[in-house]
Write a protein that binds this ligand. Structure first.
Ligand code: FES
Ligand code: FES
Length: 177
């Protein structure tokens, strides 16, 4: 057994995980299972399991990643992970609020990826000094994976992308202030 310490939604946690092999041949369990089964995180979900849909997205050191294929041994000790479970404080985060108010989901299975992915994307723009509200076209490019860093590609199987784009844009207006 190997172990990892992480900062999970602001709280220091540690747990063991299964690892097989060593060096270049090392493999280990996926971060998604570890977060859900050891730490009760219910935001990140198993959708496709092969890095295609985004349902399992979490922020690793502020960068959206696909936790279904991210093996634990590749996560640095003391890395910071944020999940949807830790997003709201006393009030819902603007993204959460706008997804509800604009009814940006039917089954909402994709909502975790849409919210956490756009959170990391918008925060990244702000950190880079871009305080512009993203246009609908920019949000569509982000969701379709057309951004330069390739972090996008978030799939909604119910086809509510129009409302999702509107919810992200509405929340971004508050986030960039
Ligand atoms: S479940 Fe991870 S990308 Fe689909
Ligand atoms: S609302 Fe059902 S997958 Fe997006």
């Amino acid at each position: 057994m190997a172990s990892r310490k992480i900062l999970l939604n602001g709280k220091r946690v540690a747990a063991e995980y299964q690892a097989i092999g060593s060096g270049d041949s090392e493999t280990s369990e996926a971060l998604l299972y570890w977060l859900r089964e050891r730490f009760g995180q219910q935001g990140p979900r198993f959708g496709c399991g092969v890095s295609q849909c985004g349902a399992c997205t979490v922020l690793l050191d502020d960068v959206p990643i696909r936790s279904c294929t991210r093996q634990l041994h590749t996560v640095d000790d003391n890395a910071e992970i944020r999940t949807l479970d830790g997003l709201s404080g006393k009030r819902p985060h603007p993204l959460q609020r706008e997804f509800v108010e604009l009814q940006a989901g039917q089954c909402a299975f994709c909502a975790n990826g849409m919210i956490m992915g756009s959170l990391g994307w918008i925060e990244g723009r702000i950190t880079a000094g871009n305080h512009e509200v993203p246009s609908e076209a920019e949000i569509e490019d982000f969701l379709s994976g057309a951004t330069p860093n390739g972090q996008g590609n978030y799939i909604c199987r119910c086809g509510t992308h129009t409302r999702i784009v509107a919810a992200i844009r509405s929340a971004a207006k508050e986030m960039v202030r």
